[in-house]
Design a protein around this ligand. Structure first.
Ligand code: PLP
Length: 362
């Protein structure tokens, strides 16, 4: 069976060579005579893998020595709930820049353990732009300042690493654009990402945390909810998601071999430009209302001029081998997610389909 082109927002497309390698190694990984998923995380083969993957993550993302790298279970959402417990005092202010659905989720998860404060929100404008910096109202005493680097549903992306100033540690949700371009991680006290978009499989979450943050007392919580304890144990405080860790490692190695984040920035720029051109040059047949400066390179939501065509668009695209194009229910329409593992040629097929569909239904 031919593989489809998968434009899903996550879990998402993974590099075919990675899947083939996993298939080849499934029954006998590195001469162990066992699948990596069958082996103890404390045994030498897996311990070696864990340190290789950390080294590769540090290499790919240029992680500064000042930061620890953690591989956690629970997804980005759990991490958002643990954030105030780990680094804020009970009821302390925590600042949030609200740029879309996922920023709101992050704030909601933190709300039971912090005095969450909206620095600025794009909601009145239906999240079609990023609130200008001149309108941000930061709290002088905030435990941290949280931003969402890319809004997977609304298709809004911070154009670059932001300069948060020095007043509070900057925390960024990189779930849907990690490794999509070079990033200066020294500007962030912490970045985190569920792996199921640019880093491979669901079930594992990467957290990159400045070590001094791990020393914060935070709030009463169990050891298993404490990032400092995970860091002290090499992310093996309890049984980690070993299979996911392994697959993440293969994806990270693949990204390094492909040329790293600079090369993916180039490809992602090219891919997103192709899709935005197909939308903008369609004389209103397709529409994306995000202001140009805030348009995401990773997730491109768009609507058809007549919603009655949605079902035909989805059925015909699926029949053409293009899957995962249905938009999130929060905003409807369509969405094309163009993560690192989606090749430029795959996007050309999508764009050709969009032109062809318009010709037939326009
Ligand atoms: C930007 C962003 N943050 C957080 C999440 C939630 O991640 P998880 O499902 O891993 O908890 C998602 C999921 O799509 C996301 O896109």
């Amino acid at each position: 069976m031919a593989r489809v082109l998968n434009f899903s927002a996550g879990p998402a497309v993974m590099p075919e060579v990675v899947l083939r390698q996993a298939q080849e190694e499934m029954l006998d990984w590195r001469g162990t005579g066992a699948c990596v998923a069958e082996l103890s995380h404390r045994g030498a083969p897996f311990m070696a893998l864990a340190s290789e993957v950390e080294a590769d993550v540090r290499n790919l993302l240029a992680v500064p020595e000042s930061h620890a790298v953690l591989f956690l279970a629970g997804g980005a959402t759990t991490l958002q709930a643990l954030l105030p417990l780990n680094i804020a005092k009970q009821g302390q202010r925590a600042d949030y820049l609200v740029t879309g659905h996922w920023a709101k989720v992050a704030m909601k998860q933190a709300a039971p353990a912090a005095d969450v404060h909206v620095v600025a929100s794009g909601e009145a404008g239906q999240f079609r732009s990023i609130p200008p910096r001149s309108e941000w109202q930061r709290s002088p005493d905030a435990a941290y300042f949280h931003v969402t680097a890319n809004e997977t549903i609304h298709g809004v992306e911070l154009p670059d690493d932001i300069d948060a100033g020095t007043s509070a540690p900057l925390i960024a949700d990189f779930s849907s654009n990690i490794a999509s371009r070079p990033s200066d991680l020294s500007r962030y006290a912490m970045v985190y990402a569920g792996a199921q978009k640019n880093l491979g499989p669901s079930g594992i979450t990467l957290a990159i945390i400045r070590k001094d943050l791990l020393e914060r007392r935070g709030q009463p919580r169990a050891d298993i909810l404490t990032w400092a304890s995970h860091a002290a144990q090499g992310s093996m405080l309890n049984t980690p998601p070993t299979w996911n860790w392994y697959l993440l490692g293969l994806c990270v190695r693949w990204m390094i071999e492909q040329g790293g984040t600079a090369e993916f920035a180039r490809r992602n720029g090219e891919k997103s430009a192709l899709v935005y051109a197909a939308i903008d040059d369609s004389e209103g047949f397709y529409r994306n209302d995000v202001v140009t400066s805030a348009r995401s390179r990773m997730n491109i939501p768009f609507v058809l001029h007549d919603a009655a065509l949605d079902a035909a668009f989805l059925a015909e695209s699926q029949a053409a081998g293009l899957i995962g194009l249905k938009g999130h229910k929060a905003i409807g329409g369509m969405r094309a997610s163009l993560y690192n593992a989606m090749p430029v040629d795959g996007v050309r097929v999508l764009v050709d389909f969009m032109h062809d569909f318009r010709k037939r239904h326009g």
